[in-house]
Design a binder for this molecule. Structure first.
Ligand code: ADP
Ligand code: MG
Length: 733
């Protein structure tokens, strides 16, 4: 009996112990501020914690660092991280320190005294992570020093550098064999974003990994859009694009050193902050350039492929290939540097069929066998640039991965209008052309579309364009549709975009014929609704303003501390703060990317801004849903049919009956038009007397779910009521 009781007691206390131990998830939030793991992170952390050797192949931006940084925090001693680039170590260590994790590095950038201090600290067990470059190992006495540390885990980052078969082979990585010999009881973890089967085998062998747990993540980078643009008046196209991206970070890859210099100079002339980067520049200049880019002080780097590994900057919004890369792995790697923070980012390749020939001469010096292989690989890249089917599917197929969806929704081919139906678009063209004339042929496509759609905004007010007869006549089409048709007008020669002058639209003689009823126009309907410009920070206007203030504050703090701004918070987190508008400590801590140390350290300053914002905008509720991923292509036509019924005076219930669709479908259509401003008031949708209580409830409950808000308000309020009010509060117009 007593034995039985004892067992119960032990079980019971084990149970309590189990639940009182902070979970891995708690630790993730505490130190890194994240609420959930990305794919495979949890599995990898658990494998390491269980003492297994681990090999992880995950694409750039998948979050490999966290896979060893979290175990490093949880394990008793110190974790050694081997990383090839000295330039990166400081940023990584700064980031960890900002999160309250004691970390340090030892490399040749330190003077004797600094080195000594850090080594002493390490011997005292003051640090959880130690970053090292592999060239440290042969330094006399260094191994003996490492012996004196309590090493619980060894990590080899960019592990493909170990293999001669990989493309970044580093002689020094051969030294890493000694990790296993020196620290036989510490598990070893090797991570990389690029490795063929041969390279994987080589890594496992070289590091003497045993019973290795091997993890492979999908190589699909969901937040990247792949596009190929014809290389015609490429510079003009490029400038138009960069104009829209002003202030965001990006890389433009060029084939030659010369062209990077010319490109940077030409962009500078046009008011961009751009610098060149290639292997011909002095080391000091290169380091400085990278630092300026990292600290958001230069926006655009025009580079050869020498600008590569070690770009850890999370907010690169676009990677442009001005020339075709030499093969698909290179293309994948280079584009992969965009959007590490998970926000939508563009990969644009300028392609001219003639580029292939230009390339071939580079291969001439290679031995014949290699030359053939190189051309073969180049041709696969050319195919990728020329196919008319999904580029994402083809890209993943190259790496042996099957993409499951038929339309990825974020490559140019999936978004385009090929084999779409045609219709008589004369009236539509006339609307656009006459609006172009009404604004004196002095504005770009976006503004003309704003006028056609009857949007509100500063620029419209300033030029009194809301008084034009064409104001609002095209509101039945979305902005994206209008932009699509504008492209068609250009292709058909009805308009001309003057890229030397801010891309203003002019009507061509052919266009005038259309205006004078002397010519008709056939248009193709877009197959799917295109993404409006894929803005990474697509927040409704007032929240966007708050975002800009937050960004400015972040810049100031980063400057004071001499760290890159993303070390404080990345753009994803900043966007969450701007949309959710936390006003107290707990709310701030609930934001993704805010851990305990950062909350303490920066909370006051950031909350000051959010509180002021709330005072200035008492009418706004917080956003309940912040879009980080690209929009799904919507069922455009059906939604517009709903809108047409609504404009004829039918209520949502009636529309659902008339159209034979579910009430929830109709209400989601209407909500999206409310949000886009095409339905300008809630009249006829929500009873007047309900408005104030619903707003108050949103206000009170913050960013709770709709069902929370509904429970709070009671049964007389429907989900539709709440959805409409929420859409109204979040409207973008
Ligand atoms: P990799 O080394 O795989 O290219 P990083 O380790 O540099 O990627 O991580 C990329 C970005 O993802 C970083 O900005 C990091 O803060 C973020 N990140 C990592 N794990 C998570 C997570 N679980 N939730 C949200 N963001 C994460
Ligand atoms: Mg990494």
């Amino acid at each position: 009996m007593t034995y039985y009781r004892l067992t119960l007691l032990v079980l019971f206390s084990l149970l309590i112990l189990h639940y009182s131990l902070p979970s891995v998830l708690d630790q993730l939030k505490k130190y890194f501020g994240f609420d959930s793991f990305r794919p495979l992170q949890r599995e990898i952390v658990e494998a390491v914690m269980a003492g297994s050797d681990v090999f992880a192949l995950m694409p750039t931006g998948a979050g490999k660092s966290l896979c060893y940084q979290l175990p490093a925090v949880l394990l008793p001693g110190v974790t050694i991280v081997i990383s090839p680039l000295i330039a990166l170590m400081k940023d990584q260590v700064d980031s960890l320190n900002a999160a309250g994790i004691p970390a340090t590095f030892l490399n040749s950038s330190l003077d004797g005294r600094q080195m000594h201090m850090r080594m002493q600290g390490l011997e005292h067990g003051d640090f959880k992570l130690l970053y090292l470059a592999p060239e440290r190992f042969p330094v006399p006495g260094f191994l003996e020093f490492l012996d004196s540390l309590n090493v619980s885990l060894c990590v080899v980052d960019e592990a493909h550098c170990i293999s001669e078969w990989g493309h970044d082979f580093r002689e020094d990585y051969r030294n890493l064999r000694i990790l296993r010999e020196r620290f036989p009881s510490a598990p070893i973890m090797a991570v990389t974003a690029t490795a063929t089967e041969r390279v994987v085998a080589d890594i496992l062998d070289q590091l003497s990994l045993r019973d290795t747990k091997i993890f492979r993540a999908s190589f699909d980078r969901k937040n990247l859009t792949y596009q190929v643009w014809p290389k015609r008046s490429a510079m003009a196209q490029l400038e138009g694009y960069l104009e829209r991206q002003k202030g965001e970070s990006g890389i433009i890859y060029c084939l030659s050193r010369d062209s990077t210099e010319r490109m940077a100079a030409s962009l500078k002339l046009r008011g961009h902050k751009a610098l060149p980067y290639h292997a011909g520049l002095e080391r000091g200049v290169r380091t400085r350039t990278q630092e300026l880019f990292d600290h958001d002080k230069v926006d655009i780097i025009c580079a050869t492929i020498a600008f590569g590994m070690g770009i850890d900057k999370p907010n690169i919004r676009y990677v442009i290939h001005y020339d075709i890369p030499k093969n698909i792995p290179a293309y994948y790697q280079e584009t992969g540097r965009a959007g590490r923070d998970g926000l939508p980012s563009d990969c644009i390749l300028f392609y001219a069929p003639g580029d292939r020939t230009k390339y071939l001469q580079f291969f001439d010096e290679k031995p014949p066998e290699e030359r053939v292989r190189a051309i073969h690989e180049l041709d696969k890249m050319v195919d990728l640039a020329e196919i008319a089917t999904c580029r994402r599917t083809a890209l993943l197929a190259y790496f042996g991965e099957r993409y499951q969806q038929s339309n990825c929704g974020s490559c140019d081919n999936c978004l385009s209008n090929e084999d779409a139906e045609t219709f008589d678009g004369t009236r539509l063209a006339q609307m656009f052309l006459s609006c172009t004339v009404r604004v004196d042929q002095k504005f770009g496509v976006s503004h003309i579309v704003d006028v056609l759609k009857g949007s509100r905004g500063q620029k419209i007010d300033d030029f009194r364009h809301h008084q034009l007869s064409t104001y609002g006549i095209g509101s039945e089409y979305t902005k994206a549709e209008w932009k699509h048709y504008a492209n068609e007008f250009r292709r058909q020669g009805l308009i001309f975009q003057d890229h030397d002058h801010f891309s203003v639209v002019k009507v061509t003689p052919k266009g005038w014929e259309v205006l004078r009823q002397k010519r008709s126009v056939t248009l193709t309907r877009p197959k799917t609704v295109e993404h409006e410009t894929r803005e990474a920070i697509d927040l409704p206007a007032p929240y966007r303003e708050l975002f800009d203030h937050l960004r400015e504050l972040r810049r100031r703090i980063a400057e004071q501390q001499n760290v890159p701004p993303y070390v404080i918070f990345n753009d994803y987190t900043l966007k969450e703060i701007a949309g959710r508008v936390p006003v107290d400590g707990p709310e701030f801590l609930a934001i993704s990317g805010v851990g305990e140390t950062k909350a303490k350290q920066y909370g006051m300053e950031f909350l000051r801004l959010t509180r002021t914002f709330r005072k200035e905008h008492p009418e706004l509720t917080r956003m309940t849903e912040i879009r980080h991923a690209p929009r799904e292509p919507k069922g455009g036509d059906s939604a517009y049919e709903t809108l047409a019924f609504f404009r004829k005076g039918h209520g949502p219930k009636q529309i659902a009956e008339l159209r034979g669709l579910a009430a929830s479908t109709i209400s989601s259509h209407l909500a999206s038009f409310i949000q886009s401003g095409q339905i300008g008031s809630l009249e006829g949708l929500v009873e007047q007397k309900k408005l104030a209580p619903i707003r108050a409830a949103f206000e009170r409950l913050g960013y709770a779910t709709l069902s929370d808000v509904k429970n709070y308000l009671g049964d007389e309020y429907s989900y539709e009521d709440l959805r409409y009010v929420r859409a109204f509060n979040e409207r973008t117009a």
